[in-house]
Design a protein around this ligand. Structure first.
Ligand code: UTP
Length: 301
């Protein structure tokens, strides 16, 4: 069956200041998580959902992302000549299937909303997916959330469907938090969002459901972004534009990730370390060795 949505925006232009000095001269999206850079997981998830037109919104110091997804015939030829089948296998992602990559640059880091707005011409009158380049989905099928959200988006004629995850109440001030009428929805079912607030002060969050780095939008998001003034730190927040969509009377839904579909982000060291450890433990080639090491190490702690 043909995918109802083909276009996806992957913002990767952020400064990554919380990860200095690791991100002084390299993008945080290229930090390794196990055997691959973080953004490769994101692209593989999108390809598995048959999202084949991928616009990466990059910036200065982000060139290595373009290089990573570029085919490299000389390298492949050298590996073939050397008969290095293992390395050739690890580079299979370069064949890219049906995916086409596009790049644009966000020259001034004016926030996630500003980065997404740069995709307006690319998206045109289509629906699109937004997947943050520093956030990974760990699941038996990492493309399951996006595929479910796309189907619901088309069924409902939604303006936006936002993936959300449950976070501890004392952490809500670190995230965009959604308000819904009534109790939290069952996982994997859309529920109408009545408001969304970026980083609500402690004790004021309307729920414990935090925005989880995957979104589906109708082109109405670009009108909402144009109406959105910069917020704190002078950045245009995507959550503020979603709140504007709701105020415009547009239908916006949340999609709660079930416990076996987890979002990880590499945006700060605490969550980066956790992400690396969990993905290394799950690695099909090295996971066993990592588990043995951690078990032995645990005795020393
Ligand atoms: P963050 O909110 O983590 O911001 O970005 P950041 O600027 O990358 O990191 P800090 O706060 O300086 O440590 C979430 C996602 O949005 C992208 C980032 O690249 C990341 O994938 N982003 C953020 C942009 O593309 N442009 C921006 O102006 C801000």
């Amino acid at each position: 069956m043909k995918n109802p949505i083909a276009k996806v925006l992957v913002p990767v232009a952020g400064l990554g200041t919380r990860l200095m000095p690791a991100t002084k001269s390299q993008p945080k999206e290229m930090l390794p998580v196990g055997r691959k850079p973080a953004v490769q997981y994101v692209v593989e998830e999108l390809q598995a959902a048959q999202l084949n037109q991928i616009l990466l919104i990059t910036g200065r110091r982000k060139r290595s992302i373009e290089d990573h997804f570029d085919s490299e015939p000389e390298l492949i030829a050298a590996l073939e000549k050397a008969g290095n089948e293992a390395a050739l296998d690890d580079l299979k992602f370069l064949a890219n299937g049906a995916a086409q990559f596009f790049y644009t640059r966000q020259s001034v880091q004016r926030g996630l909303g500003h980065a997404v707005a740069l995709g307006k011409e690319f998206v045109g009158s289509d629906n699109c997916v937004v997947a943050l380049g520093d956030s990974l989905i760990a699941a038996a099928d990492p493309s399951a959330p996006i595929r479910g959200m796309m189907a619901a988006h088309m069924d409902l004629g939604a303006a936006a469907i936002i993936a959300v995850e449950q976070v501890p109440p004392h952490d809500t001030h670190r995230y965009g938090i959604v308000a819904v009428d009534g109790a939290a929805p069952p996982p994997g079912e859309p529920i109408a969002v009545t408001n969304i607030i970026e980083k609500p002060p402690a004790g004021t969050a309307p729920s414990t459901m935090a925005v989880a780095a995957r979104y589906i939008f109708s082109p109405a998001i670009f009108d909402a972004l144009e109406r959105t003034a910069p917020g704190r730190k002078g950045e245009i927040q995507l959550t503020d534009a979603i709140a504007a969509l709701i105020r415009m009377g547009q239908p916006v839904y949340a999609w709660l990730l079930p416990p076996d579909q987890r979002r990880y982000d590499v945006g700060n060291f605490e969550s980066y370390f956790r992400t690396f450890i969990d993905f290394a433990l799950a690695d099909e080639r090295y996971g066993y060795m990592v588990r043995q090491y951690i078990k032995a190490k645990a005795y020393e702690l």
